[in-house]
Design a protein around this ligand. Structure first.
Ligand code: GLU
Length: 283
């Protein structure tokens, strides 16, 4: 990457609810980390069943109220399906259709083992039942998975690595092929009825938007090796990462969108200002 490249960060909410204090922290941090570079807003609305235009409007209003400004035009993932399809087509030789439902996966995993089932950032580790099925066999209800072992072999690598400015500055976080297979497994690249997945869309869009620093919550740290593997397969640059702390409620629980008491609007309506919000999240 050119040494003179400006820092470009993004805040990438899904419009499935109102922004809360945790989002405010994430957005302000990404905004401040970009300065004097560029801060982008990306609306992650691939899940058409859960996303609502009114939430998208509320998000923009709340961010503007916080005093943030972002580059235009805003990128909406719902308008990017052709780019995701193209990426999926490039990965086609390393993908397979999977018809297993959660119950099938549970049954396949529990047969040989006792106790807790192995799980990773996307839930249960897929046992590979459908691996090897040709894409020509894909049914309308199938998901498309990446053959992760095949991907590592195709790249001729035995690990993926990335830098995290918040967690271990100056050092690479490394995940070996075996750790990836055991802890993540064959990830879904296209969800049922969606034509893409969070992982594929985020990788394609971070590259398309020229994001140089991905600032986001620690809850996504375990997904980052997936993104790095996809960047390598698609020949895209790996940005720097910054996985920040999560804002918790008084009981130590992560804030959720359904937790309306901590919605930014609630604070706004009760007279708080943007500086109060910054103080509340420790900025
Ligand atoms: N859309 C994701 C969320 O709402 C964030 C994705 C990302 O920052 O990579 O949590």
């Amino acid at each position: 990457m050119a040494g003179c490249a400006i820092t470009r960060t993004r805040f990438a909410p899904s419009p499935t609810g109102l922004l809360h204090l945790g989002h405010a922290y994430s957005a302000i941090l990404a905004h401040d980390l970009a300065s004097p570079g560029q801060f982008l807003l990306r609306i992650e609305d691939i899940d058409r069943d859960r996303c609502r235009t009114e939430y998208e409007e509320a998000i923009q209003e709340d961010l503007a109220w916080l005093g943030l400004d972002w580059q235009r035009p805003i990128l909406r993932q719902s308008g990017r399906m052709a780019a995701y399809r193209a990426a999926l087509a490039r990965l086609a030789p390393l993908t397979y259709p999977c018809r297993c439902r959660r119950g099938d996966i549970r049954a396949a995993l529990s047969a040989p083992q006792e106790g807790a089932l192995p799980a990773g950032p996307d839930g249960l580790i897929y046992p590979g039942t459908c691996r090897g099925r040709p894409l020509s066999d894909a049914g309308a209800d199938d998901v498309i998975r990446l053959d992760v072992a095949g991907a590592f072999d195709a790249l001729g690598i035995d690990q993926v690595a990335f830098r995290d400015a918040a967690i271990l500055p100056g050092h690479d976080h490394v995940l070996t092929r075996d750790q990836f297979l055991a802890g993540i497994g064959d990830v879904i690249l296209s969800r049922r009825g969606m034509g893409t997945s969070y992982h594929l869309a985020v990788v394609v869009d971070d590259a398309a938007q020229g994001v140089t620093l991905v600032s986001r919550g620690k809850d996504l740290f375990d997904s980052t090796p997936i993104h790095v593997l996809l960047q390598k397969l698609l020949n895209l640059p790996t940005p720097l990462y910054h996985h920040h702390r999560l804002i918790r409620d008084t009981a130590g629980m992560r804030l959720a969108k359904r937790d309306n008491a901590r919605a930014l609007r609630h604070y706004r309506e009760t007279g708080a200002g943007p500086q109060d919000i910054r103080a509340m999240v420790g900025l």
